[in-house]
Design a protein around this ligand. Structure first.
Ligand code: NAP
Length: 410
């Protein structure tokens, strides 16, 4: 892996990023359709930065390896140098990666998240006019999901039915704690900590404040799972009262003391049970803004919400810690389309928009975002949207990027 010449590192000082005019940004091209969508994304982003800053700023892309390309070139699926580069340069972007089946190899995506402690999965879900959607009014969907990434039943602490570990645990739970568990149960553990919940909720609240959002909803299943999901909710209210007393008002207080009027400059913190949330995001999407939730809930909700605005092919995402952020397409490698210059690059392009916003290059971010909207509104689309859009002009991945770049020049 060759470091680019002429770029500088992004540094982290006093809780914020210090971004030079030519930051080094590591990228993982990805497997399958990864190279197709990455090339398109890179061209679009470079063009937007050039147009926005007239050569005063640019990105020094730095390729780092992961997945099949890494295995071919180094014999490792995820070389240590890749993790080090992401850690050192703090902001990176990646295409989808194949999870090798069998051989005991963990998902590379999960490994990257765990190794870098990327505790928040952030997914904005917003409608883009012209994208086919199953909703009657999809434009009402404008939410940002903060999903906790490190705890919950996804921690991997589980044992199959019949294993000695499950047997021992079952015996302990029955005999020592008096729990009722059937014979031959598989056992999974659901850890939720104050530390893990607070750092996720803190980030969601800060995001809401910085982006002029109206509310943060804590989505949980605390009516049933009181000491995990219920604790997540309680930790959220306690954190807000302690750390954001002048900026956040709880929904309870809003109606008890303030007659339902949100004081200027404040956001509302509320909570909703997970099952009712799934109903309400469909029936009354305008009532939701930023949503902070536990790992499993967040996994389900992210894809369900993405479907409301036209599917995960369009949904951007990122995985973030306090110091490192990795932006990524949310779909997989779609191997049957690899190298065909055919698929929709929007998910990765919109992830790059998040990256530009993250480093504070809002002018460039806005250009990419607007151009993508204009291009799709003009019905210049790849096969996936073309097959559902009357009067569409079908374009290849690279042509979609060119159409976006052309629009940015005007
Ligand atoms: P997938 O790669 O997301 O593809 C499923 C289907 O979604 C495709 O056949 C295609 O549907 C549509 N699609 C996905 N991306 C698209 C795009 N950019 N433009 C247009 N259509 C798109 O899911 P998968 O087949 O289940 O997974 C394949 C591999 O990806 C697996 O190895 C999996 O582990 C990996 N994966 C990686 C990530 C990641 O790196 N973050 C995430 C998920 C899966 P049509 O054929 O109907 O057009």
């Amino acid at each position: 892996m060759r470091q680019p010449s002429g770029g500088n590192r992004i540094t982290y000082q006093d809780g914020g990023l210090m971004v030079p005019d030519r930051p080094i940004i590591p990228f993982i091209e990805g497997d399958g359709i990864g190279p197709d969508i990455w090339q398109a994304t890179r061209r679009v982003v470079d063009a937007a930065v050039a147009a926005a800053y007239q050569g005063m700023r640019s990105l020094a892309w730095f390729e780092v390896l992961a997945g099949e390309k890494a295995f071919r070139e180094t014999g490792q699926w995820l070389p240590d140098a890749t993790l080090e580069a992401l850690r050192e340069y703090r902001v990176g972007i990646k295409g989808p990666l194949t999870t090798p089946v069998g051989g005991g190899i963990r998902s590379l995506n999960v490994t990257i998240r765990q190794e870098l402690d990327l505790y928040a999965c952030v997914r904005p879900v917003r409608y883009i006019a012209g994208v086919p959607s199953p909703m009657r009014a999809p434009e009402k969907v404008d939410m940002v999901i903060f999903r906790e990434n490190t705890e919950d039943v996804y921690s991997g602490i589980e044992w199959p039915a019949g294993s000695p570990e499950a047997g021992k645990l079952t015996a302990f739970l029955r005999e020592t704690l008096g729990a009722r568990i059937g014979e031959q149960a598989g056992i999974g553990i659901k850890p939720i900590t104050r530390f893990g919940s607070e750092r996720l909720i803190r980030r969601a609240i800060r995001y809401a404040l910085e982006h002029g959002r109206k509310s943060v909803t804590l989505m949980h299943k605390g009516n049933i799972m009181k000491y995990t999901e219920g604790a997540f909710r309680d930790y959220g209210y306690e954190l807000a009262a302690r750390e954001f007393p002048a900026q956040v008002v709880s929904e309870e207080r809003l109606y008890r003391d303030l007659n339902g009027q949100v004081p200027e400059g404040r956001i509302v913190l509320k909570d909703r049970i997970a099952d009712i949330t799934f109903q309400q995001v469909l029936l009354r999407p305008s009532e939701f803004d930023v949503i902070a939730t536990t790992n499993l809930n967040g996994d389900y909700l992210s894809d369900a919400l993405a479907a409301q605005v036209g599917g995960i092919g369009m949904a951007p995402g990122s995985n973030i810690s306090d110091e490192v952020a990795v932006f990524e397409a949310t779909h997989g490698t779609a191997p049957k389309y690899a190298g065909l210059d055919m698929v929709n690059p929007s998910s990765l392009i919109l992830s790059a928009v998040m990256l530009l916003e993250h480093i504070g290059w809002r002018e460039a971010a806005a250009r990419v975002d607007q151009s993508l909207r204009d291009t799709i509104a003009a019905r210049v689309v790849t096969y996936d949207l073309a097959r559902q859009t009357a009067g569409a002009t079908l374009v290849k991945t690279s042509e979609f990027a060119s159409a976006m770049i052309e629009r940015m020049a005007h």
